[in-house]
Design a protein around this ligand. Structure first.
Ligand code: NAD
Length: 244
C-alpha cells in the first residue's frame, strides 16, 4: 500500500505515539474476534453473553469451559507481523505506549514491553469472590476449580462486560491518549467503552488519529487517516516506508 507522504513524515517526526489494539490484530494469529461466528461446539453461543458475571453465576461450568477452549486457542497461537511491527515502532519513537483490549498476551509474546492491558489476561486466573490470584489449582474436583484460599469458584482474570477496568491501566491509557501526537487505533470495532473513548480523547487533545481496519467503524469519520486492510500487512508496510 502507498501511504500519504504526510502521514509517513508525521510518524518520523513524532516524539509521542500511542496505539490501541483490539481483537482484529490477533485475527491473523487464528484467534477469532467476538463479532464473528464461533466455530464447532461454541457456534450456538453468543460470546458477549458468556463474558459476563451473570453468565458465570448462572452456569459457571459453561463459562469456564468456554474460556478453556479460548485458552487452548491462545496457547497454540503465535504473534503475527502486526504484533511484531508494533515492537519495531516502539524502537523508533521517543515515547511509545501500547494499549490493548486483547486478553491473549500476544503483544508480550512478540516482545512488546509495558503493554497496558485494559481487559486483563486470559492466561491468568483469580477467584470470583475475593479476586485472589491463583496460579496452580492442582487436582480439580468439579468445574470450575475452587480457590485454595477462600474456596470461591475460579474465573479468568479478564474484565467481563459490565465490570470495571483496572484503575491504574485506565489512568495510564487516558494519560497516553491525552499526550499522544499520533494515536493509532488498530483492529478494534471502537464500540466497547471506555476503550472506545481513547482515540476520541486523543483527537480532542490535538493528536492525529489513524485507524487500521478492513472495515469502517464509528471512529472512521473522525480519523485523519483511514488505512483499510489487515493489520498484519498494513503495519509492517507503514514501518517499512517510514523507516526503510
Ligand atoms: P471486535 O471483535 O469488536 O472488533 C474487531 C475489529 O477488528 C473489527 O472492527 C474488524 O473489522 C477488525 N479486524 C478484523 N480483522 C482484522 C485484521 N486482520 N486487521 C485489522 N483489523 C481487523 O474487537 P474489540 O474492538 O477488541 O472488542 C471486543 C472485546 O472482545 C474486547 O473487549 C476484547 O477484550 C475481547 N476479545 C479479545 C480477543 C483477544 O484477546 N484476541 C478476542 C476476542 C474478543
Amino acid at each position: 500500500m502507498e501511504f500519504n507522504p504526510g502521514l509517513i513524515q508525521l510518524l518520523k517526526d513524532a516524539q509521542t505515539i500511542a496505539a490501541l489494539t483490539g481483537a482484529g490484530i490477533s485475527k491473523e494469529s487464528g484467534i477469532p474476534t467476538f463479532r464473528e461466528v464461533q466455530t464447532g461446539l461454541w457456534a450456538r453461543y453468543d460470546p458477549q453473553e458468556l463474558a459476563t458475571a451473570q453468565a458465570f453465576k448462572r452456569d459457571p461450568e459453561l463459562v469456564w469451559e468456554w474460556y478453556q477452549w479460548r485458552r487452548g486457542l491462545v496457547s497454540e497461537a503465535a504473534p503475527n507481523p502486526g504484533h511484531f511491527a508494533l515492537v519495531n515502532l516502539a524502537k523508533q519513537v521517543g515515547s511509545f505506549t501500547l494499549i490493548t483490549q486483547n486478553v491473549d498476551g500476544l503483544h508480550q509474546a512478540a516482545g512488546s514491553q509495558d503493554v497496558i492491558e485494559l481487559h486483563g489476561n486470559i492466561t491468568r486466573t483469580k477467584c470470583f469472590d475475593q479476586h485472589h490470584p491463583v496460579e496452580n489449582y492442582g487436582e480439580i474436583e468439579g468445574l470450575p476449580p475452587r480457590c485454595p484460599q477462600c474456596k470461591s469458584l475460579l474465573r479468568p482474570d479478564v474484565v467481563w462486560f459490565g465490570e470495571s477496568l483496572p484503575a491504574q491501566a485506565l489512568e495510564d491509557a487516558f494519560r497516553a491518549a491525552e499526550q499522544a501526537e499520533v494515536f493509532i487505533s488498530i483492529g478494534t470495532s471502537a464500540v466497547v467503552e471506555p476503550a472506545a473513548s481513547l482515540p476520541r480523547i486523543a483527537f480532542q487533545a490535538g493528536a492525529v488519529v489513524v485507524e487500521v481496519n478492513p472495515d469502517e467503524t464509528p471512529l472512521s469519520p473522525i480519523a485523519h487517516h483511514n488505512l483499510r486492510g489487515l493489520s498484519g500487512t498494513i503495519l509492517p508496510d507503514l514501518l517499512q516506508q517510514a523507516w526503510p
